[in-house]
Design a binder for this molecule. Structure first.
Ligand code: E4P
Length: 222
């Protein structure tokens, strides 16, 4: 199973990379907006430079999302994003226009991540259009009282049934149990916020056991 970090924050990306568990990065316009200091002075070139910096930190797929709605515009923007670095994956929304763009990128060897996926049929379309990755948003489904992980289970089964090579990225992860469920279902990847990556290491019995070991070790003379 691969772990991506779901952030555009360079400090968080560096810290997660230092743990040795990081296989890639996903960003989206909202995550980019969070790292922008002064929106009046943040240009498209600054965005591209930021994606380049992420690619220099992590040697793995880095999803950068298109910011337009029409297929022709997505294609132009996506080709430009793909030129930043060989590890850039163009993230396209799962819309009719997004599917057209994914098909185009697939034909010319540009990697894609179909995003904003909320149904099994959207995931099927992504695979058929040739997306390299599909991102079901589990947390946002949970937010509206729908079982997000059930969608992941359906997608994994469907892709296995037909041997689609599209990798499933469990996205919109909110807590460690999402990661456990993703692994149990055989999802290829979980893209995880930095805080949740840190939570994965936590256990109160580890803390309690370590405290006792430290106390007992203190009786030894150095
Ligand atoms: C990742 O690809 C998605 O953009 C991200 O996981 C969405 O997460 P959110 O629902 O917490 O915004």
């Amino acid at each position: 199973m691969k772990f991506f970090i779901d952030t555009a924050n360079l400090d968080e990306i560096r810290s997660a990379a230092e743990l040795g568990v990081l296989d890639g990065v996903t960003t989206n316009p909202s995550l980019i907006a969070k790292i922008v200091g002064d929106p009046l002075n943040f240009t498209y070139n600054d965005f591209k430079a930021h994606i380049r910096r992420i690619c220099e930190i992590v040697d793995g797929p880095v999803s950068a999302e298109v910011t337009c709605l029409k297929a022709e515009e997505m294609i132009a923007e996506g080709e430009d994003l793909a030129s930043i670095h060989e590890n850039v994956v163009v993230k396209c929304p799962l819309t009719i226009d997004g599917l057209k763009a994914i098909r185009h990128f697939s034909a010319c060897g540009i990697k894609t991540n179909a995003t904003l996926v909320f149904s099994p049929n959207q995931a099927l379309l992504a695979a058929k259009a040739g997306a390299d990755y599909v991102s079901p948003f589990v947390g946002r489904l949970d937010d509206i009282s729908t079982d997000g992980m059930e969608l992941v289970e359906q997608i994994v089964t469907m892709y296995d049934n037909y041997g689609y090579p599209t990798e499933v990225i469990v996205a919109s992860v909110r807590h460690p149990q999402h990661v456990v469920s993703a692994a149990m279902m055989g999802a290829d990847i979980a893209t995880i916020p930095y805080g949740v990556i840190r939570q994965l290491a936590n256990h109160p019995l580890t803390d309690a056991g370590l405290k006792k070991f430290m106390e007992d070790a203190a009786v030894m003379k150095k």
